[in-house]
Design a binder for this molecule. Structure first.
Ligand code: G6P
Ligand code: ZN
Length: 544
C-alpha cells in the first residue's frame, strides 16, 4: 500500500451552501470531484495528521463508494483514527453525538439531507467541527478558498475496507473503528427521556405511525420505538434505508409525507404520527386529524420540555431561525429566558449552544433540537413529544389548542416555488431589495400597513461575526410578516421560499385554516415582489 499524490485542477463550483456541498450525484462521481473537496476540507482545517474523525452518511446512492475514498484519503493525509458507522451509515444527529462523545476532531457526513437520492439525484458532503455542529461560515469559507487553488490530493492505494462488521481494523497506520450506528445514540435518548412513562403509554394502547421514508432513521426508530419503548410492531413504516429511498422524496412535510398525512386524517388514524428525512435530522409531527406546524412544534416543545428528565432544570434560552414564526418567542418570554433569532442554517445555533445560552433551537424547515448534540434531531423531537404526551395524558390536539389559548396563535405557512431559472430569481430579489426603503408606510389590501422592511443581518452574540443578506423581511404594523429568500440547499435552479405569518391573540379566531387566515398577506407578497411577473408562477410547488 502506498500513498499516491494525484495532480488535479480546481472545480469552480465547490462553495458549500446552507448545509455542506450538495450536487447531483453524477457531478460528485466525476473524476477528482469528491477527492478535491475532501482534500480541501483537510487543508482548510490545518491538515488531518494525527486527528480522529467520524465518518458516516444517510445510505444514499454513492454513500458506500464515497466513504471508501474518504477513508483512503484520511489515511494518506495522516489521520490517526476514523470512527465509521457500520455500512458507512450514521444519521446526522448520531454523527454529531459521536463526534462529541468520542472527543474527536470533527466528522464528515455524506448526505444531501431531504433531497432525493439515486444515480441521477442528489449527493452531499458536509464537514462538522469538533463541537459536533456543521462547520461555521469561517470554516466553510476556508474550505471554499482551498478548493480554488488545489493542485493535488493524497490518497492511499488500497483495497476497500470491510465496513460490514463492527470491529477494528487498520488502513496503513490509520485505525478504523466500525461502530453500531444506533447504540450510542439510543443510549443518549434513553438518558434524556422518561422511557418508562412512554413505555407505559404504549402498553395502555397508545398508537403511533413513524414514516422513516426509506431513509436512515429506520433502524434508529425501530430500535427505540418498537424494541425499547414497546410500540407495536409495524409502527415504523418504510423502515429499511434504500440507496434511492425507494423513489421517495425523503422530506417530512405534508406534500412529501402524504401517505402519513392521509392516514392521520383518516377514520383509522393512530394517536400520533411522525416522519423524518433522509439523514434523520428533520421531523414532522402530526396528531390525529391535526397537523403541527414546525414553528408551533418548537413553541410547544419549549413550553413543555421541563416534563422530560433531561430538561427538568428548565431552559437557558430558546433560539429560532429568522423565518420561523415568533410563537417560540412568546414562550421564551413567559419562561423569562433569552430568545435568539438567527439566519437560516443550523450552524448558526452552534455558538449559542456551546456558550450555554440556548437549550432548545428550531427552524420552520422541520428542524428541532437541543444542546444534547449540535445538529437538529428528528427522533429527539418525536421522543420529546411522546414524553410530553405521556406526562400530560392529553391528545396532540388538546395540547396545541391549550397552547394557542395561552399564548395566542401565530398562523404560519411557507410557499416554495421550485426550480426557477436562477437569473430570474436573482432579478426578482434584486428588485425587491431595491424597493425596501420605500415600502415603510405603504398599505396593502386596505389595512396591511408596512411598519418596516429590511434585509436581515445577524451579528452572532457570541463571536461577533456578521452575516448579511439573510432574507428580506416585510413587517406589518399588526405584527404580520412576509419573509422572502432563496434556498441555499437546492440543486436545480433557484427555489424561492416565501414565509407568511400572522398573529391572532385569541381567545377567538384561533381555529381558522392557515391558508385562509394568511390570504391577505399572501396577496400582498405577490403584489410587492411580482412573483408571477418574474417567474411565471402563481401557485407554489410545496406548501408547509
Ligand atoms: C438544511 C439546514 C437547515 C435549513 C434548511 C433549509 O436542512 O440544515 O438549517 O433550515 O436546510 O435551508 P434552505 O436554504 O433550503 O431554505
Ligand atoms: Zn436532513
Amino acid at each position: 500500500m502506498t500513498v499516491k499524490t494525484v495532480s488535479t485542477t480546481p472545480f469552480s463550483d465547490q462553495k458549500p451552501g446552507t448545509s455542506g456541498l450538495r450536487k447531483k450525484t453524477p457531478v460528485f462521481m466525476r473524476p477528482h470531484y469528491l477527492e478535491n473537496f475532501v482534500q480541501s476540507i483537510f487543508d482548510a482545517i490545518g491538515g488531518a495528521r494525527g486527528k480522529t474523525f467520524v465518518l458516516g452518511g444517510d445510505g444514499r446512492y454513492f454513500n458506500d463508494r464515497a466513504a471508501q475514498v474518504i477513508l483512503r484519503m484520511a489515511a494518506a493525509n495522516g489521520a490517526a483514527r476514523v470512527i465509521v458507522g457500520q455500512g458507512a451509515i450514521l444519521s446526522t444527529p448520531a454523527a454529531s453525538h459521536l463526534i462529541r462523545l468520542r472527543k474527536t476532531d470533527g466528522g464528515i457526513i455524506l448526505s444531501a439531507s431531504h433531497n432525493p437520492g439515486g444515480p441521477e439525484e442528489d449527493f452531499g458532503v458536509k464537514f462538522n467541527t469538533p463541537n459536533g455542529g456543521p462547520a461555521p461560515e469561517s470554516v466553510t469559507e476556508a474550505i471554499f478558498e482551498a478548493t480554488k487553488t488545489l493542485s493535488e490530493y493524497r490518497i492511499f492505494e488500497a483495497q476497500d475496507v470491510d465496513l460490514s462488521v463492527v470491529g477494528r481494523t487498520v488502513l496503513g497506520d490509520m485505525q478504523i473503528e466500525v461502530v453500531d450506528p444506533v447504540a450510542d445514540y439510543a443510549a443518549l435518548m434513553e438518558s434524556l427521556f422518561d422511557f418508562p412513562a412512554i413505555r407505559a403509554m404504549f402498553s395502555d394502547g397508545f398508537t403511533m405511525r413513524f414514516d422513516a421514508m426509506c431513509a436512515v432513521t429506520g433502524p434508529y426508530a425501530t430500535e427505540i420505538l418498537e424494541n425499547r419503548l414497546g410500540a407495536a410492531k409495524g409502527t415504523v413504516v418504510n423502515g429499511t434505508p434504500l440507496p434511492d429511498f425507494g423513489g421517495m422524496h425523503p422530506d417530512p412535510n405534508p406534500t412529501w409525507a402524504k401517505a402519513l398525512m392521509d392516514e392521520m386524517f383518516s377514520a383509522e388514524a393512530p394517536d400520533f404520527g411522525a416522519a423524518s428525512d433522509g439523514d434523520g435530522d428533520r421531523n414532522m409531527v402530526v396528531g390525529r386529524g391535526i397537523y403541527v406546524s414546525p414553528s408551533d412544534s418548537l413553541a410547544v416543545l419549549a413550553a413543555n420540555a421541563h416534563l422530560a428528565p433531561g430538561y427538568k432544570a428548565g431552559l437557558k434560552g430558546v433560539a429560532r431561525s429568522m423565518p420561523t414564526s415568533a410563537a417560540a418567542d412568546r414562550v421564551a418570554e413567559a419562561l423569562g429566558v433569552e430568545e435568539f433569532e438567527t439566519p437560516t442554517g443550523w450552524k448558526f445555533f452552534g455558538n449559542l449552544l456551546d456558550a450555554g445560552r440556548a437549550t432548545i433551537c428550531g427552524e420552520e424547515s422541520f428542524g428541532t433540537g437541543s444542546d444534547h448534540v449540535r445538529e437538529k434531531d428528528g427522533l429527539w423531537a418525536v421522543l420529546l413529544w411522546l414524553n410530553i404526551l405521556a406526562v400530560r395524558k392529553e391528545s396532540v390536539r388538546e395540547i396545541l389548542e391549550a397552547h394557542w389559548q395561552q399564548f395566542g396563535r401565530n398562523y404560519y405557512s411557507r410557499h416554495d416555488f421550485e426550480a426557477i431559472e436562477t437569473a430570474r430569481a436573482d432579478a426578482m430579489m434584486e428588485e425587491l431589495r431595491g424597493k425596501l426603503v420605500g415600502l415603510t408606510g405603504a398599505a396593502f389590501n386596505g389595512h396591511l400597513k408596512v411598519a418596516e422592511a429590511d434585509d436581515f443581518a445577524y451579528t452572532d452574540p457570541v463571536d461577533g461575526s456578521v452575516s448579511r443578506k439573510q432574507g428580506v423581511r416585510i413587517l406589518f404594523q399588526d405584527g404580520s410578516r412576509i419573509v422572502m429568500r432563496l434556498s441555499g440547499t437546492g440543486t436545480e435552479g433557484a427555489t424561492l421560499r416565501l414565509y407568511l405569518e400572522r398573529y391572532a391573540p385569541g381567545p377567538e379566531g384561533l381555529d381558522l385554516d392557515p391558508q385562509e387566515a394568511l390570504g391577505p398577506i399572501i396577496a400582498a407578497a405577490h403584489e410587492i415582489a411580482g412573483i408571477e411577473r418574474h417567474t411565471g408562477r402563481r401557485e407554489p410547488d410545496v406548501i408547509t
